[in-house]
Design a protein around this ligand. Structure first.
Ligand SMILES: Cc1cc2nc3c(=O)[nH]c(=O)nc-3n(C[C@H](O)[C@H](O)[C@H](O)COP(=O)(O)OP(=O)(O)OC[C@H]3O[C@@H](n4cnc5c(N)ncnc54)[C@H](O)[C@@H]3O)c2cc1C
Length: 499
């Protein structure tokens, strides 16, 4: 078959849906649920390159994999969470599987479909999506009026590992947690974990007892907070035999209220908050431990995501002597370990690079709008979910300081309301555009580094759309405000241009 007849065959085989959801992670499954509930007459399909649902919770299979925020808010608003707040990856997948089964969502999901291109035609008012079936290698084509991007924010295939001098000389094994090998034998080995984010803080207590020794090597410290992995309010309400639906609602509200208070305190009284966080660490490690060096970052709490250390397990591993912390810079790798700027050398059999992600915008999909390649960074975001110049498309980009899923539910309501509104207006197309009053608005990077500055965002900022100074034209990262603002969005505002 020549190229043009192959293209024709694929054209003939194109399946058409009202909505196409990219990704069957926690956001894509939320999208599918909200469509079935709020727009039951719309046809839709969910495509994912993996062979199952779960996204993040399938990719990350390192020992101890768990949430770093509570599942009362990381869980959906429509399905009660009934266990301990911090959950394992397996528990999250079980919960998502129940959502899929209880709402008959499986029939809408196609796995092993890698989407490679999406092109918008204003003449036809539709997207054409090119994908490859990873099981057969066959190219497949879909068309859809609306594209719902739930592809997350990082490249699933590989994590980010800096290129340190001498890495090729190292005779041990270097492993990124995102691609954890099934055969990694760390028993009785000297392990160094580079990094001190939530991933390092999870892996270390999970494997410390089996290693000869494990060292957390950090360039600079991270703020952590510790607490028991229980929610006392939930447990009390359960003891009172309150219905789980009520418990879910009440506990979510309480957690969100506490988080909003905490976030405000981090700005208004950072020194007090710092002392509270440090005294919790001191309670585990004792007064003689050099907490100022290893656990007192220079940045204000919440400028990077704050991970909860359930039951202080990371600190317990350190207190037991099985784990230790080194705060230093890497000079280079050697054959037997890592040479530090201070001159000392860390001997290692295994180095785990818990050094973060590659930011990935729009799922590494080639986007064109009416034949012109889309440069996403040229667009301006409407509330972090729609983009100027990109018709009929929404992206779920969750919260950093609150649970991601809170926003997946909010965006879900918004998209369904927008789709219904388009039908009422008999519109086939909607695109957001700056209004006359926005013309002079200065445009800035997607996120303010003074406000939030994790490495993968800083490395990838040039790939992301711009934000304006008004709340409409930015991702505010403020659930407390958005929970009221989103349902009140006037869909006839001049920012929405229909055709
Ligand atoms: C280890 C870890 C722990 C985390 N813990 C928390 C937490 O406790 N709380 C919190 O709020 N957030 C947490 N996060 C952030 C987390 O990524 C999000 O909360 C959430 O899981 C993201 O869900 P998602 O569905 O938007 O994206 P993802 O989980 O990234 O899923 C996206 C899906 O889209 C698919 N996809 C992408 N591109 C394509 C393509 N081109 N073709 C086909 N399919 C494609 C992928 O295969 C994937 O299945 C954590 C992140 C990590 C890495």
């Amino acid at each position: 078959m020549d190229a043009s007849s192959a293209a024709n065959a694929s054209e003939a085989a194109a399946e058409t849906f009202d909505v196409l959801i990219v990704g069957a992670g926690i956001s894509g499954i939320a999208g599918a649920y909200h469509l079935t509930q709020q727009c039951p007459d719309l046809s839709f399909v969910v495509l994912d390159s993996k062979d199952t649902f779960g996204g993040t919770w399938v990719t990350h299979r390192y020992p101890g994999i768990r949430s770093d925020s509570d599942l009362y808010t990381f869980g959906y608003r429509f399905k009660p969470w009934t266990s301990a707040p911090i959950a394992t990856g397996a528990e999250i997948l079980k919960y998502m599987g129940e959502v899929i089964a209880e709402n008959s969502l499986a029939r809408h999901i196609r796995y092993r479909h890698l989407i490679t291109a999406a092109s918008w035609s204003s003449a036809e008012n539709r997207w054409t999506i090119e994908a490859t079936r990873l099981d057969t290698g066959e190219p497949v084509r879909f068309t859809a009026n609306f594209l719902w991007m739930c592809q997350g924010y990082y490249r699933h295939a590989e994590g980010y590992t800096p290129d340190w001098p001498g890495m090729a000389d190292f005779r041990g094994r270097v492993v990124h947690p995102q691609t954890w090998p099934d055969d990694l034998d760390y028993r009785d080995k000297r392990v160094v974990v580079i990094g001190s984010g939530a991933t390092a803080a999870t892996i270390i207590p999970a494997i410390a007892k089996d290693c000869a020794h494990i060292t957390m090597l950090q360039r600079s410290p991270t703020w952590f907070f510790t607490g028991r992995n229980v929610n006392e309010l939930a447990d009390m309400l359960r003891a009172l035999q309150i219905d789980e639906t009520w418990i879910h609602e009440i506990v979510r509200k309480k957690i969100l209220y506490d988080q909003a208070t905490f976030t405000r305190r981090c700005v208004e009284e950072p020194e007090k908050v710092k002392e509270e966080l440090l005294s919790a660490v001191r309670a585990h490690l004792g007064a003689d431990y050099d907490i100022a060096k290893h656990f007192r970052p220079s940045y204000r709490p919440w400028r990077q995501r704050l991970a909860l250390i359930p039951n202080g397990d990371l600190f317990q591993s350190i207190a037991s002597g099985k784990a230790s912390v080194v705060t230093d810079d890497i000079e280079r790798f050697t054959e037997t370990g890592i040479l530090l700027r201070s001159g000392s050398e860390l001997a290692a059999d295994i180095v785990i690079t818990a050094t973060g992600f590659h930011l990935c915008v729009l799922g590494d999909i080639d986007f064109t709008i009416d034949g012109t390649k889309l440069n996403f960074a040229d667009s301006v975001t409407y509330r972090g979910m729609m983009f100027t110049g990109v018709p009929n498309m929404a992206w779920v980009f969750g919260y950093f300081r609150a649970s991601w899923t809170l926003r997946a539910d909010l965006v879900g309501d918004f998209v369904c309301r927008l789709l219904k509104h388009m039908r009422v207006r008999q519109a086939k197309r909607v695109v957001v555009a700056l209004r006359p009053e926005d013309a002079e608005m200065p445009l800035r990077d997607w996120i303010d580094p003074e406000n939030f500055n994790p490495g993968y965002m800083m490395r990838g900022m040039h790939l992301l759309p711009k934000r304006g100074e008004k709340a409409e034209w930015q991702h505010t990262q403020d659930y407390w405000a958005e929970k009221d603002a989103f349902p009140a969005i006037d869909l006839d505002d001049a920012a929405f241009v229909y055709a």
